[in-house]
Write a protein that binds this ligand. Sequence first.
Ligand code: HOZ
Length: 423
Amino acid sequence: MNHSKSRALFEKAQKLMPGGVNSPVRAFRAVGGDPLFMARGEGAHLVDVDGNRYLDYVGSWGPLLLGHRHPAVIEALRETLEIGTSFGAPTEREVEFTALIRQAAPSIEMMRLVNSGTEATMSAIRVARGFTGRELIVKFEGCYHGHVDSLLVKAGSGVATLGIADSVGVPAAFSATTIALPFNSAEAIEEAFRRHGERIAAVIVEPVVGNMGCVPPAPGFLALLRDATERHGSLLIFDEVMTGFRLAWGGAQQRFSIRPDLTTLGKVIGGGLPIAAYGGRTDVMSCVAPLGPVYQAGTLSGNPLAVAGGLAMLRTLEQHPEIYDQVEQRTARLCDGVARAAGPKLTVNRVGSMFTFFFTSSPVTDYESAKRSDTAAYAKFFRAMLERGVYLPPSQFEAAFLSGAHTDEDIAKTVAAAAEALT
Ligand code: HOZ
């Protein structure tokens, strides 16, 4: 493959943006080589500036459940461009959009629209602290909740990819308000509540982790979190930025039948546009200004273009619920095919249409076991797949995603490419 235009752009970009990129993982640091600059997306494919075509399993890191440029999303955006790009005032569509989210996930009785997952989690923990009058937040090692100061402790995603322990620039006093526990450990949760129960404002968790690669919750783990938080007067926050509307119409909370107090959403709800949300119990959300004293605001919050894109996405999913089964079955076929080709050296984790190929023969159930993967082998595999026209996440510690645009033929091609790459 010729990558000369990407290389030339990267040369320039490195002088203008840290690492030549606007978000660290896409710099390809963990997999060697230079990042690819993309020209356009088409259904299940990405095309780079040199004209190379890839089957895309990153899907913009999760939002593109319908693939690139789904006609319903594009049409809604076109129409909205005719009326304006930002009003800084409420619109009718925001009411329609938030009502649809509440219908899908009834635990989200009241919500706020924001612009990114980071804003959503930052606001959710502020609300939890404001509501409970407590300071401590429990999170799990390897979970990533955006680049919020106090949530960057033992974080996954780019922090794990680059091996940054805890970000420099975060005041120690902020990190001290965070308790990081091993994911899936019932004992750790019980112990944390025994010791600090009266001071814990909230437990925040990715119900299915995507940011140390895909790691499912152990049976009963989410129910235990629900129970422990309830017993101690703390709030349970599901960070469903990745899983919301992806694992089911009602997200992971529907799939695992758990009702959190607060939820954060992003990615799929925007259909590829920058939008996110946080919300939950009416009594808790009534703390938010102007109803209550917890302050949070945003000029572009509820932006009409982003809402139009998101609404078109959600309406399409609502009208075609069969998409969930189709995408899940294809993801299962892909994962089974690659697992068979790889043999015992690979552990494949999958929930719905989220998956990760871990280069380890042992089960991956938490951050420690994820970190035991052979990241050099993953990097080699990533490069071999890229040469064969398959675009995987450029990090062992990121989930891959399938979309409704991926066909059976795409899956067969990918399995064949993996069988070659693995040898
Ligand atoms: N942190 C996101 C993935 N978990 C985005 C990564 C990127 O865009 O580089």
